[in-house]
Design a protein around this ligand. Structure first.
Ligand code: NAD
Length: 256
């Protein structure tokens, strides 16, 4: 068996997921990419960029809310790349809306993608890693909004608090299997998620999102690579002693 480790990254077509996939490939990790059907052209480009680094890359089309999409894609990753060592449950959506205007459909949509999607990834990765018996790394996308509620982001904040709780509990359950479970909590990362057609009128990428969340307009966001570096650390063998953590990467927005 080769010593090459294999990662599975959801929401890998763009933004933080893309940056993580490319960064892990730099450390000789083969990568399976997962995203929605409409992102296929972007997924292809990310896969080609990983292959150009000399690593193996495959991609799968699916929806994290559909359990079988995740299960089947993990099974195919195992057969095509030789196992699963790292799960990055990154896919998620944001929502800026006053709480009293939010309805059940908003609630179901955000909880389905941001929480149930992570649950599917955590569960099927954990099962595969336990079966393999060689430990592993499970990582989820939390947020600063998973530590403190953010103005006009009540449902999003609730979804990210849930990710943090699940991450902590699963870390306890998987400790005996030498699988760590952690989450990253970005502050404001300049990805397509935070882009708005009117950004140029108000100060560039992220400015409309900052106004919606009533954030300090002078607070500067960062590029996705800052989160990818944190993930690159979490997956190292030396990081075995860190588990159950939700780690801020936010330029000092929150201290805890
Ligand atoms: N950008 C930030 O500042 C920030 C801050 C805190 C947390 N996060 C979290 O980081 C993660 C990535 O954020 P990003 O900024 O890169 O977002 P993004 O919108 O740029 O990328 C997210 C990707 O997830 C995919 N995705 C969405 N729903 C999916 C589904 N149901 N099934 C499969 N794929 C799906 C999208 O197609 C997209 O490619 C998210 O969970 C987000 O909540 C981002």
């Amino acid at each position: 068996m080769s010593n090459t480790r294999v990662a599975f990254v959801t929401g890998a077509a763009q933004g933080i997921g893309e940056a993580i996939a490319l960064r892990l490939a730099n450390d000789n990790i083969d990568v399976a990419l997962f995203d929605l059907k409409d992102k296929e052209p972007l997924l292809q480009k990310v896969a080609q960029a990983i292959q150009a680094k000399g690593r193996k890359a495959v991609y799968f089309i699916g929806d994290v809310t559909v359990e079988d999409d995740i299960k089947t894609s993990i099974d195919k990753t195992v057969s095509q790349l030789g196992g699963l060592d790292i799960m990055v449950a990154n896919a998620g959506i944001t929502m800026f809306k006053p709480f009293i205007d939010s309805d059940d459909d908003d609630y179901k949509r955000i909880m389905d993608i941001n929480v149930l999607g992570v649950v599917h990834c955590y569960k099927h990765a954990a099962k595969q890693m336990i079966k393999q018996g060689r430990g592993g790394r499970i990582i989820g996308a939390c947020s600063g909004a998973g530590k403190r509620g953010i103005h006009s982001m009540s449902l999003y904040s609730g979804s990210k608090f849930a990710v943090r709780g699940i991450t902590q509990a699963l870390a306890l359950e998987l400790a005996a299997n030498k699988i760590t479970v952690n989450a990253y909590c970005p502050g404001f990362i300049l990805t397509p998620m935070l882009a708005h057609p009117d950004d140029d009128k108000y100060g560039g990428h992220g400015s409309v999102a900052k106004m919606a969340a009533k954030m300090d307009p002078n607070y500067e966001g960062a590029q996705p690579g800052v989160v990818a570096e944190l993930v690159a650390y979490i997956v190292k063998p030396e990081a075995y002693f860190m588990t159950g953590q939700a780690i801020n990467m936010d330029g000092g927005l929150l201290f805890d």
